[in-house]
Write a protein that binds this ligand. Structure first.
Ligand SMILES: [Mg+2]
Length: 211
């Protein structure tokens, strides 16, 4: 969709993107890295199990359950000791973060018309390298990370800070989680709710073209 243009009928000045689950779905990669380091210790982790039981919970809680379920059972400490290795593996894989090609193609046109921001509860130091590696950092005028606010989503502060930094009064927020949706609305912005990054290009285009 290179060279995509759209009628400028809507009233938005900015488009604010959540990161995890909107710009990038990192869960399959987190799971694959954990599965790889755990397999070497004889512990099996499948995507189905991870998807249904591990997303959104702390890694340590996940490992406590996996240690108990292992045959024979393992000590939690033995599995938690694998964390640095898992983290290294994840960072290696994320040298080519899988951003949606269609969204990457839309970003130059969007950035020409709107002020774009990434607004996340993750730290900027975790997000910015991925945006750089994906070649899309320059399209975003600012990144609001978890370290920039006192009150996280679902509080409105992250989105209000993005608006203040960019001088934007009317923004469209794109979110995938209940907390994020609540945060965007509490900040007084319209929220476009999506379930996965692959829905973003189509949903965003439809919303902007509707005026
Ligand atoms: Mg999210």
């Amino acid at each position: 969709m290179l060279g995509w243009t759209f009628p400028r009928m809507n009233h938005f000045q900015g488009i604010f993107f959540d990161f995890d689950g909107v710009l990038l779905d990192t869960e399959p990669d987190h799971c694959a890295c954990w599965a790889e380091v755990l397999r070497a210790r004889g512990v099996e982790l499948t995507w189905e199990y991870y998807r249904d039981h591990c997303i959104g919970i702390d890694d340590r809680d996940m490992l406590r359950v996996l240690a108990r379920m292992a045959d024979p059972p393992k000590e939690f400490d033995e599995l938690w000791a694998l964390y640095p290795e898992k983290k290294r593996l994840f960072q290696q894989r994320m040298t080519a973060p899988p951003f949606e090609a269609e969204l990457k193609a839309m970003l130059p046109a969007l950035a020409g018309e709107y002020r774009l921001a990434v607004v996340s509860s993750s730290a900027s130091v975790e997000i910015e390298p991925l945006l750089l590696a994906g070649g899309i950092r320059a399209h975003f005028a600012t990144i609001v990370g978890g370290e920039n606010v006192k009150r996280h989503k679902p509080a409105p502060e992250p989105y209000l800070l993005a608006a203040e930094r960019l001088g934007v009064a009317r923004a469209l927020v794109i979110e995938d989680s209940q907390a994020g949706i609540a945060s965007g609305r509490a900040a007084g912005f319209e929220v476009l709710a999506v379930r996965h990054p692959r829905e973003v290009p189509g949903a965003l285009r439809a919303r902007l073209e509707r005026g």
